[in-house]
Ligand binder design. Structure first.
Ligand code: NAG
Ligand code: NAG
Ligand code: NAG
Ligand code: NAG
Ligand code: NAG
Ligand code: NAG
Ligand code: NAG
Ligand code: NAG
Length: 855
């Protein structure tokens, strides 16, 4: 047995000297004194004077530099000075870096466990100094459990942080029946005090391990003190980090790594590295300098990158095994996920190291921030408003930034880009017909009790009654807030073409990184051209036929910098409201880059186009035109035929175009569309009131465009009104034979209180296949409303004639409430109008033709 030991020790000594670095694996060389020692601290087992009797030379010879004799109980052995107590039984012990340094002058040493009879366990606690990490190198395992393919059973060695040696499935977990590790299994712990647990559950005769330990300085230049650079460890998470562009730009480069690099990484973890950019011009280059993950474990051990802040964001790339790579992505948010499965023998992998470089894209078409001035003179020159000059002068702003809608229509601003002044004012000045939309993404106000503030004014400060919003310190909002979806972003919309943001921060920062700041984006929206912005949405506009240009192209939303921070659904609406005697035509000329989601298909028929989706339509990109009641007229999604375009709708009432992207991110903006609108003078479906006692309504024929998917949408009403008591007769004919759903006419009582076009109780309805019907309406129903509803490829064709029978004094029945005399013009009746029927029979009149004939 001793000879075997001897062999191991020699082999270990040789190994530790020569091969401390193997490709990416690295560990601290443990080496003292000569070449042919028995173990780290013993040179010879015999031949030196015993400490208790200098005349006896039968004792072990110890290494001069740090070795001490074990004493009477083990005369042939030496150990590290300071650990003599544990000479014969290295178990359940605590090793403190400073103590060890004091006694032996060394920051490393050796652990040779006793031969345990399982089940049993030992713990070892390592207390490093603040700039040290605990490093363990395991060389030999004998009956320390076994790996069953997915975990250690029967026993293990585990390195964990803290002094309590309690097993955790997400800490290093090494086992083996009879293993010699070359290279060693290298474990690091970076969280201060660490404990090594040597646990045997099985019944064993002799369980043992051999290891070196080191209190490795984090200044170590050989890569052993490796620490990630520029990131922020997120509290209360296992292993999550945040890397922000401004911190990395300041450092030049940030470094990111798997936990405990260059040691083996802990098992069964999901570490999330959040990478954020604070403006849309920033891109991130991620260069994997090393990547060493176990082969054939790609399903559990990998690095995945997502575009967004969660694992459900669009997936960009997955790396595993040793596929090193350099990748380059735009912001604003990336998630790098590092996943680890069980630790697998021979434990010769150690994860990854990557550099993060943030750089500004230089190929942008135009700088988004132009025209800013720092001096009062420049300000005064730039401002024509005389009142503004005088009042601005009295404010004495040192820091004035004017952003003009003449130069730039949308962009990003960040006060950190300017010299620090206690008060900064950003003035957004649009064209006469502009409104300004502002989103605040990031701000940091540190001062207590509202000493620092951000105020937003709708117009020049002097012209307003006060700010429309005021943000008081202390207040911090950063885009890295994982929960911060777009809904939490502060959004403001001006009523006119001026908006002012005032940032007051009386306390000078100790460093630029600490400065109180504000960043966000803006866009100028020309209401004359692009519809009226709706206050609650980011991108909802309304076009009124009265004051909008009569024709134009629809804007594609999602292109302005305002959106760069969104990570989630994006829904934008554009509403078109035709004025009286107008119709609106919306023509979709094409859609591009729509995700070809097979779960949604477009079906077009006479009743418009439908999105037929297996999943909730909100989860699918789609483009839809709805009417004022929210009914779909044309919906386009996923698999549609390009030859269906153009799809157009002509409507005499309001239409809303909804652009819906299931998951929008700045770098993957979703689909684009090409669509136009026109408002047409078109009196065929106006809400007209007829006071004549007889007349006729026909729909004028209008030329039909030749595209197949052209739909008419109508809700037309005609009011027949009379001041005098009368009985109304309607005669409706149509030569078409269309389904009722294509178009239909309904006759309603007039109801002053009804909200929807005063439509009261339904009296009759007519479909084209009824071909001809006559309706005699109740006596004294002086006002009725006739409504036409259409949703079809063809325009309805019909003729409505009406006649009134006005009461004359002194009728035969003599009572004003009774029905009038039967008149020859009354020829046909609805059976339901029984009172008339009776009267008709009484008076002996009959119908000569039509379907309802009474004699
Ligand atoms: C080590 O200490 C634990 C208690 O902390 C004890 O249960 C265990 O038996 C000890 N191990 C040995 C081998 O004495
Ligand atoms: C290995 O052991 C674990 C824990 O005892 C057990 O859950 C797992 O099923 C075992 N795996 C195999 C492949 O036997
Ligand atoms: C490590 O770096 C720190 C801070 O830079 C320094 O104070 C310390 O002396 C260094 N230690 C060693 C061992 O070089
Ligand atoms: C924008 O352009 C108009 C017309 O050229 C000019 O009158 C106005 O002063 C400009 N506004 C700004 C803020 O530059
Ligand atoms: C709409 O057209 C009708 C018929 O041409 C006309 O009588 C009516 O005055 C028009 N209404 C408006 C508001 O122009
Ligand atoms: C209306 O126009 C269409 C074609 O433009 C034609 O086929 C149809 O007969 C016309 N109808 C009437 C009633 O003139
Ligand atoms: C009347 O026409 C409209 C529009 O085409 C349709 O939505 C509605 O279902 C029709 N009503 C009936 C009773 O068929
Ligand atoms: C019903 O009779 C009137 C006059 O008797 C006639 O003008 C009309 O064409 C007839 N209608 C039908 C549908 O036969």
């Amino acid at each position: 047995m001793p000879s075997l030991h001897l062999f191991i020790w020699i082999w270990l000594a040789w190994l530790s000297r020569g091969y401390f670095s193997n490709a990416q694996l690295a560990w601290t060389p443990i080496y003292v004194d000569g070449n042919s020692q028995i173990d780290l601290w013993t040179q010879e087992s015999k031949g030196c004077p015993c400490p208790w009797n200098v005349n006896n030379h039968q004792c072990a010879c110890c290494v001069q530099d740090g070795g001490c004799h074990c004493g009477k109980e083990s005369p042939n052995r030496c150990t590290q000075c300071g650990l003599e107590k544990h000479c014969s039984f290295m178990c359940n012990m605590s090793i403190t870096s400073t103590e060890l340094q004091k006694h032996s002058g060394k920051s490393f040493g050796q652990i040779k466990s006793p031969s345990l009879e399982g089940p049993d366990h030992c713990w070892f606690t390592f207390v490093p100094s603040p700039t040290e990490r605990v490093e363990i190198q395991i060389y030999r395992l004998l009956n320390v459990g076994r790996f069953n393919g997915s975990s250690c059973v029967g026993g293990f060695l585990q390195l964990m942080s803290g002094v309590e040696p309690i097993f955790s499935s997400t800490d290093n977990n090494i086992c083996g029946v009879n293993e010699r590790f070359s290279p060693p299994v290298v474990l690091f712990s970076d969280d201060g005090v660490a404990s090594l647990l040597f646990q045997i559950f099985d019944k064993t005769r002799r369980s043992q391990f051999l290891a070196y330990f080191s209190f490795t300085s984090i200044n170590n230049t050989e890569g052993l003190g490796f620490q990630p650079r520029g990131g922020m460890k997120l509290q209360n998470t296992d292993c999550d980090w945040l890397y922000q562009d401004f911190a990395c730009v300041k450092l030049g480069i940030c470094t990111i790594s798997s936990p405990n690099y260059p040691g083996i990484y802990p098992p069964n973890r999901q570490c999330k590295y959040h990478i954020t950019t604070s403006n849309d011009r920033m891109r991130v280059r991620i260069t994997f300098n090393t990547l060493l993950l176990p082969q054939n474990y790609c399903s559990t051990d990998y690095v995945a990158i997502y575009h967004g802040s969660t694992r459900s964001s669009p997936h960009l790339i997955t790396l595993c095994a040793n596929q090193k790579k350099s990748v380059d992505y735009p912001g604003p948010k990336l998630l790098l996920e590092f996943s680890s499965g069980p630790q697998v023998p021979p434990y010769n992998y150690n994860g990854f190291v990557a550099n993060l470089e943030f750089y500004e894209k230089t190929t942008t078409t135009e700088p988004s921030l132009l025209l800013f001035s720092h001096t009062m003179e420049q300000l005064s020159n730039a401002v024509q408003h005389p009142k503004e000059i005088s009042t601005a002068a009295s404010y004495k702003f040192k820091c004035e930034i004017t952003i003009s809608g003449n130069n730039t229509r949308s962009g990003h601003f960040d006060t950190r880009e300017y010299e620090w002044f206690p008060t900064c004012r950003l003035i957004f000045k649009g064209r006469v017909t502009d409104v300004i939309h502002i989103s605040l993404f990031n701000y940091r106000l540190r001062a207590p009790q509202c000493r620092s503030v951000i105020e937003i004014f709708d117009g020049f400060m002097e012209d307003t009654k006060g700010p429309i919003d005021k943000l008081c310190s202390p207040l911090i909002k950063q885009t890295y807030d994982i929960e911060a979806q777009n809904t939490h972003v502060k959004k403001y919309l001006s009523t006119k073409n001026i908006m002012v943001i005032l940032l007051r921060r009386p306390t000078a920062p100790s460093s630029t990184n600490e400065a109180e700041f504000l960043s966000g984006s803006f866009f100028f929206h020309d209401e004359q051209i692009s519809g009226t912005m709706q206050p609650n949405g980011l991108c909802d506009v309304k076009y009124n036929g009265v004051n909008s240009p009569l024709a134009g192209l629809l804007d594609n939303p999602g292109l302005q910098q305002l959106y760069w921070n969104i990570d989630g659904p994006l829904i934008c609406t554009q509403q078109f409201v035709p004025a009286v005697n107008q119709s609106v035509i919306i023509k979709i000329l094409g859609l591009e880059h729509m995700a070809q989601n097979p779960s949604c298909i477009t079906q077009c028929g006479d009743n418009g186009c439908r999105c037929v989706s297996k999943s909730n339509l909100q989860r699918v990109d789609h483009f839809v035109i709805v009417n004022e009641e929210g009914w779909t007229i044309a919906c386009l999604c996923g698999a549609f035929q390009p030859e269906w375009f153009p799809v157009s709708v002509r409507s005499w009432s309001s239409l809303t175009v909804i652009y819906s992207v299931a998951h929008y991110i700045w770098s993957n903006k979703g689909f684009s569309f090409s669509a136009s609108y026109t408002f047409n003078t078109d009196t065929i479906c106006s809400d007209q009131i007829y006071t004549l006692h007889s007349g006729e309504i026909v729909l004028k024929n209008i030329s039909t465009p030749d595209n197949l998917n052209h739909f008419y949408h109508q809700t037309c009403t005609w009011t027949l009104h009379s001041n005098v008591e009368r009985q109304l007769e309607l005669d409706i004919t149509s030569k078409q034979n269309r389904p009722c759903t294509a178009w239909n006419i309904s006759v309603h009582e007039y109801s002053a209180s009804a909200k929807d076009r005063h439509l009261g109780e339904l009296l009759h309805s007519f479909c084209s296949r009824d071909s001809h019907k006559q309706y005699l309406l109740p006596w004294k129903l002086n006002t009725v409303i006739i409504r036409l509803k259409t949703l079809s490829r063809t325009l309805p064709q019909f003729r409505i004639k009406w006649k009134s029978q006005v009461i004359r004094a002194n009728t035969r029945f003599g009572t004003p409430t009774a029905a009038p005399n039967a008149v020859s013009s009354v020829t046909c009746l609805q059976p339901s109008v029984s009172i008339f029927l009776i009267l008709l029979i009484l008076t002996g009149l009959h119908c000569e033709n039509g379907t309802n004939t009474y004699r």
